[in-house]
Each structure stands twice: as C-alpha cells, then as structure tokens.
Write a protein that binds this ligand. Structure first.
Ligand code: NIG
Ligand code: FE
Length: 413
C-alpha cells in the first residue's frame, strides 16, 4: 500500500537528519518544504521532497493537498485520560470561590476521582476512556502518554494500567504508560504516608513489572502531597524495575523536585508553573525535557510556565495537555499550541516544535514520531486550506484540521 500526498502547500517539520529534540534558539527554526510531496509506504514515511522531484510511478492512493499543509501529528506526552466520571461539581465550587487546594483539603480533588474509579469496573473504565482517546485522535494527536494515579490501591492502579494496555492493543496510536501511584495520599493513610509508599514499592510495583504495565514512573512532588525525599525513594524503587522517571514538579511551589528529577535522570519534569532561577539552571545541559501544560494554567488560573525565560536560557521545552478530570478537562493540543503562543509568548515555530518533536522525546518516541522524516510513522495532520502554519495558533478555538492519519491510514469519525 503506497499513498502519495501531492501539491502540499507546505510540508512542516521536515527533519532529514534525525534529531532528538530542539532547544534554545533552535526552537525558533521550523524546517519546511513548500509545494511538496510525501509518500507513505506500509504506514511509514518513505519519501518526500519538492513537487518537481515527485516520482511519476503509480500509487495505490493519491491525495491532492493543494492549498493545504501537512504536519506531524501532535505528541501529547502528559495525560491522565483513563478516569471515571468527572469533577464538574468542583468546577462550580471553584467558580464560587474555593481554590483547587481548598477542594483537595476537603477530601475532593484526586481522592474524589480515586473513589469513583475504585467503584468502576475495568470494562466501564475502558469504555469511558476510549471516548477520550478517540476524541484526541480526531484533534490531531498521534502519540500519547497516559498515567495511572486515580486508583491509589494496588488493585485499582493495576485496573487503570490494564485499561491503558487495552487501549494500546486496540488503537493504532502510539501509547506510553506511566505508573503514578504516588499521586495523592489516600485518606486511610493520611497519618501514615510512609506506609502508603511502602505499599506502592513492595506490593504494587512488583505486580506492574510482572505484567509489563508501565514504562515510566511518576510522583506528584508538591507541598502537601509528596516531598523531595519521597520522590527520591519512589524514583529509586521504580528504577529497580526499569521504570524511567517522568515527574510532576513545581506546579504550586518550588521545593527542589526539578533537581531531584535531573539527579535521577528523569526523561521529563512536568508542570513548572513556578520556576526559580536555580531550577532553570539545574535543567541546563541535561537530557531531561521540561514539559509545560498551559491548559492546566488556563483552567486553574495559576501562572503559566515561564517559557520565554527558559527558552532564552537555552533550554528545550515540550508542550502537553495534562488531560484529566480535575485540573485540565481538555485534551486539545491545538488549544495548547495557541495558548503557548498567546499566554507564554512562544513563537508559532517554538510552539510547533514543542508540540511535536520535543513531545516525542518526552515519551521516548523520537525515533518513531514527531517529525516528517523517512522511516518515521506516517502520523499526520492534513490542514484545511490555510495560508501559513502560524494561522493554526492564531485562529485559537477554531479547528484547522481537515483529516488525520495514523500509520498512513485516514482515521474517520
Ligand atoms: O497534573 N497535579 C497533579 N495531578 C494532576 C491533576 C490531578 C487532579 O486534580 O485530578 C495534574 O494537574
Ligand atoms: Fe498531570
């Protein structure tokens, strides 16, 4: 099966030489080919170039992309899309004046979602979650990371991770799985946090490893949740089972979690709404990708990651949704890209690099997705007719996607 996309107005994020991620000034460079062709063979990108060099051979399928752009699918490296029910009532509580922290302190928040999930069967959880996965695929996401963390018992965490595994088996999108047992301290362990950490390390983790249910390990390193010492304990334990750290840090307070992440070779440190100079310094010349979640800042009315300061300091940055029922009930990467430009002063080039190539790196998928490169998966967005790629973030709230392709196949609604 070979597909030719011809007359593409502009082919975006073309990387002939494979590259892991871009940082600093290079984030402002987005390589493209105008009036281009792209060939897909057996789900992979097999050739690309200017229309004048387009092969004249026969193809099983020809798509005329005149006036339209083609870009690699979004790489959403941080989500919690496996959850039960929703938290709409807390949304209203916040409108009426309670803060996210107030709600959590009253037993709402993550604990509220955990209670719902514990009472939901694996089948029902799968059915609720697949709706969200299908939704984000239509919005252009072609690779996604999904976390556990709304189970908070061994049994319920395994249930979440098995649902992620099932989604992976049933959908053509690349999925990476993260164990986030240390997301909140369950009420029954309120005065015995160490006992909960012990349970995660001695009971939950070995079972996850046995069933090969996760690649990454995460923890919510935050005042009132888990300390830096807890973070180090969990990351070390995960490492023994081959799980690589990707952690929630610096969302509300900066307590040294970024440094702990870097010291433990975290693949990514995520949130980063509150960044001290020393946190930016700690990330320089490391392999750890900083990940920003602007929809979370938008929804909770908290500060945005200081992207300008970080990129100007030479750091890379990835953008992700954080799709979850509490702080970000939205998985729309198009909105994330717009918000990064509008609120974080990232240029369209920086935002597109952050949402594709750098996002792929933050999931360890940079060899497979995230750029238009021969041999990578043909996970593609075909836009509606538009004049420039900057129109995608500019026209915020409007969907500029005409079609999405996963491994070369159009994914219809
Ligand atoms: O990434 N900050 C921690 N965890 C999630 C939100 C959890 C929730 O409120 O359900 C986040 O924002
Ligand atoms: Fe999150």
């Amino acid at each position: 099966m070979t597909t030719l996309f011809k007359n593409i107005k502009e082919l975006i994020q073309v990387r002939t030489e494979p590259i892991s991620f871009v940082s600093g000034k290079a984030m402002n460079e987005l390589p493209t080919i105008k009036n281009a062709f792209l060939i897909v063979e057996n789900g992979l990108i097999s050739d690309l170039g200017s229309m004048e060099n387009c092969p004249k051979t026969a193809f099983s399928e020809v798509i005329d992309a005149a006036g339209k752009m083609v870009l690699p699918s979004w790489c959403d490296s941080h989500t919690h899309i496996v959850y039960a029910g929703n938290r709409e009532s807390e949304f209203v509580d916040r409108i009426k004046g309670l803060s996210y922290e107030d709600i959590a302190a009253n037993g709402g928040g993550i604990l509220n979602s955990a209670k719902k999930l514990q009472e939901t069967s694996e089948e029902a959880l799968y059915n609720q979650s697949k709706v969200r996965l299908e939704e984000v695929i239509q919005l252009g996401t072609g690779a996604i990371e999904i976390k556990s963390g709304y189970g908070l018992t061994t049994e319920a965490e395994l249930k979440m991770l098995r649902v992620i595994k099932r989604l992976r088996e049933h959908y053509p999108i690349e999925i990476r799985s993260t164990f986030l047992g240390a997301h909140a301290v369950p009420t029954e362990y309120k005065e015995h946090k160490e006992a909960y950490l012990k349970l995660l390390i001695e009971d939950t983790l070995p079972k996850i490893a046995e069933e090969h249910l996760a690649e990454y390990i995460d923890i919510f390193c935050e005042t009132g949740y888990f300390s830096v010492a807890d973070t180090e304990l969990i990351l070390e334990a995960g490492k023994k089972y081959g799980l690589v750290p990707k952690i929630h840090v610096n969302q509300f307070t900066a307590i040294g979690g970024v440094q702990a992440g870097v010291n433990h070779n975290a693949l990514s440190v995520d949130h980063l709404e509150v960044m001290r100079d020393e946190d930016i310094e700690a990330l320089k010349k490391t392999n750890t990708m900083p990940v920003s979640l602007p929809s979370c800042s938008y929804f909770l009315s908290i500060p945005y990651t200081p992207a300008r300061k970080m990129i100007d300091a030479g750091l890379p940055l990835a953008l992700a949704t954080d799709y979850n029922p509490g702080s970000t009930p939205s998985g729309n990467m198009n909105f994330v890209v717009s918000t990064a430009c509008i609120k974080m002063k990232m240029t369209p080039e920086e935002a597109l690099n952050a949402a594709t190539l750098n996002g792929a790196y933050a999931m360890g998928l940079e060899d497979k997705v995230g750029s238009i490169t021969k041999g990578k998966q043909a996970n593609l967005i075909l836009t509606k007719p538009i004049n420039s790629y900057g129109f995608i973030p500019y026209s915020f709230g409007t969907n500029q996607i005409e079609k999405v392709y996963l491994k070369g196949k159009e994914i219809g609604v």
